[in-house]
Design a protein around this ligand. Structure first.
Ligand SMILES: Cc1cc2nc3c(=O)[nH]c(=O)nc-3n(C[C@H](O)[C@H](O)[C@H](O)COP(=O)(O)OP(=O)(O)OC[C@H]3O[C@@H](n4cnc5c(N)ncnc54)[C@H](O)[C@@H]3O)c2cc1C
Length: 355
């Protein structure tokens, strides 16, 4: 969802939040209460960060006033709470660049060409962007995007090709089954005959193997044979230790995702063990107008809990507002009684006590 923005033309906004995990979502709310509008960038195709990516159906028990709440439900509630402030989400974008522009705004760029000019930037990047686990072979690095892929951009481009699919999760099994009718050959390679995929996907894979429409090979990929840019075969070591050459023109690797701080690590911020050091009064990074909240930051006593991130988001919002209104004190207002906050939330004040 890019809100119809053109790549290249800057989107001007009060705040850019990098990360739509639980803390980034609550940051939208806290900024909104103070009248600041946010655009949110996330590398994932959806909101929720670790909650949705790693444990969507697990119950969380330590969110105040919610004795039990599944992780996905928590994210849905946070999205609902942020809705009055109409955040614009840019999913599938990795924030890759941060630089100060001449007019004092922060220019944030994404790897797919979006450009933001923001008065403040709030990093809620958690453990980093979730990136595909890659095949650690020189040939795989050289052929990435040509014959070795970590996602399928265009399934039809694989029609009539010899395909090897690596992995044991839903993505691997679903793509192997999908391509079984399309490729010249499809071989699924996984290190064991136990799969993480849903039982229905495993059953479908077994049925397709029985019908000789695809094959399954148990083993580890240990090498690739290529002529220039053309992949010829994938070498697979079976449990017996014997290495087998499997003819392949295209290799699709679905080994899941892992988080990596990635480009943010090169933005010149003060890092301690891959986390951003912050001042706990403001959650500022030391670079004026750039804040860090949630799992991505560190300070003495830091606990990587959603609860801590919520507190940090509230203080970062106040600090950002003060940074944008130099010389003015930002008063503390209560959502119960503040007319300005009611206006921003789009709610009517409760007049029952005046009756
Ligand atoms: C199994 C498990 C159970 C847990 N249970 C609990 C619990 O019971 N209670 C609790 O309080 N905490 C729990 N946690 C921890 C909790 O999930 C984290 O503290 C929380 O998710 C941190 O939120 P966040 O928004 O800071 O970061 P994340 O949830 O990590 O979200 C960060 C987001 O930023 C995005 N991102 C990062 N870098 C970039 C970039 N450069 N460009 C674009 N996007 C980027 C990522 O894609 C991600 O979506 C649990 C964690 C795990 C793994």
């Amino acid at each position: 969802m890019d809100g119809g923005h053109d790549a290249g033309r800057p989107i001007v906004t009060d705040a850019v939040i990098v990360g739509a995990g639980p803390v980034g979502l609550f940051q939208v709310f806290e900024l909104g209460l103070l009248g600041l509008r946010a655009h949110v960038i996330d590398a994932m195709p959806q909101a929720g960060g670790q909650c949705v990516e790693l444990y969507p159906d697990k119950p969380i028990y330590d969110i105040p006033a919610l004795p039990r709440c599944d992780a996905r439900e928590l994210v849905e509630r946070l999205l609902e709470q942020a809705r009055p402030f109409a955040p614009e989400f840019h999913f599938g974008h990795v924030a890759s660049g941060l630089e100060r522009s001449a007019d004092g705004l922060w220019r944030v760029t994404t790897h797919r060409g979006l450009v933001f000019d923001a008065a403040v930037v709030i990093l809620a990047a958690g453990l980093g962007a979730f990136m595909p686990r890659k095949l650690d072979l020189d040939e795989a690095r050289r052929l990435e995007g040509v014959a070795v892929h970590y996602k399928v951009a265009d399934a039809h481009a694989l029609a009539g090709r010899e395909i090897v699919v690596a992995g044991g999760g839903d993505s691997a099994l679903d793509w192997a089954a999908e391509l079984a009718g399309l490729g010249a050959s499809v071989v699924l390679v996984h290190r064991s005959a136990r799969f993480r995929a849903a039982p229905a996907s495993v059953a479908r894979m077994h049925a397709l193997c029985d019908q000789a429409r695809m094959q399954f090979l148990e083993g580890d990929i240990v090498g690739l044979d290529a002529d220039g840019e053309a992949l010829r075969a994938v070498r697979v070591r079976a449990r017996s230790g014997i290495v087998q050459r499997v003819g392949a023109e295209q290799l699709l690797v679905f080994w899941g995702l892992h988080p990596a701080l990635g480009p943010i690590a090169d933005w010149g911020l003060d890092l301690e063990k891959n986390q951003i050091a912050v001042d706990t009064a403001t959650f500022g990074t030391g670079v004026p107008g750039v804040y860090a909240v949630g799992d991505v930051n560190t300070y003495p006593g830091k606990k990587k809990l959603i609860l801590s991130g919520f507190h940090e988001a509230a203080l970062a919002a106040f600090a950002a507002k003060e940074y944008l209104s130099p010389g003015q004190k930002v008063p503390l207002q209560y959502t119960t009684t503040s007319p300005a906050m009611h206006r921003r939330l789009g709610v009517s004040p409760d007049l029952s006590d005046l009756a």
